[in-house]
Design a protein around this ligand. Structure first.
Ligand SMILES: Cc1cc2nc3c(=O)[nH]c(=O)nc-3n(C[C@H](O)[C@H](O)[C@H](O)COP(=O)(O)O)c2cc1C
Length: 171
């Protein structure tokens, strides 16, 4: 393995669900992690209502300057919760600012069950590229720790089908 890693996992998470998936994927793929920080307050009932409205109306938001440049990585996984059947404003903003540097995207999301296709479609439009693979997980399976097998199977798929590694070989 070279010193510089070549996989980046970028994610936004308001309440930790997507973070758990991002961390599990990064561990499975030996990838670096970048959390996108939304500078708009999103906590509490008012934060929730504004979050839904901002997502519905496809608003951008302020995000903290990312530490890593996705263009430096061969493969970039981007993850978001579904809000109002849409991408979150933080990931919308991240992809609008950095999407052109994401040459080989993989998308993942967490959801209560709806908005999967529409959210992936928005991510694809913002990147201007079709994802090499996608993973969607239900928030309830993440909370009940029922997601690890799916993350492992997905990472195995990425290693074989996307990176072309032989079965069983770690990233
Ligand atoms: C403002 C808001 C809007 C949401 N809209 C949807 C939705 O349209 N469909 C859905 O299935 N889940 C929806 N959810 C549920 C989240 O997608 C789900 O809880 C997700 O796993 C949260 O991820 P996080 O813990 O990483 O923030 C919404 C949650 C929030 C906060």
């Amino acid at each position: 393995m070279e010193d510089s890693k070549d996989i980046l996992v970028v994610y936004y998470s308001r309440t930790g669900t997507t973070r758990r998936v991002a961390e599990a994927l990064a561990a499975e793929l030996d990838a670096e992690l970048e959390e996108v920080i939304d500078t708009t307050p999103r906590a509490g009932a008012l934060g929730y209502i504004k979050a839904g409205k901002d997502a519905l109306f496809k608003k951008l938001t302020g995000i903290e300057e990312p530490e890593k440049d996705p263009a430096d990585y061969g493969l970039v996984l981007v993850g978001t919760p579904v809000w109002a059947s849409s991408i979150t404003p933080a990931i919308r903003t991240y992809l609008q600012q950095n999407g052109s540097g994401v040459e080989q995207p993989i998308f993942f999301l967490t959801t209560h069950g709806s908005g999967i296709d529409s959210t992936f479609r928005q991510m694809e439009e913002l990147c201007g590229r079709e994802p090499l693979a996608t993973l969607s997980l239900l928030a309830r399976e993440v909370k009940k720790d029922e997601y690890e097998a799916k993350v492992q199977a997905f990472a195995e798929h990425v290693r074989h089908e996307v990176l072309g590694q032989p079965p069983g070989e770690p990233a």
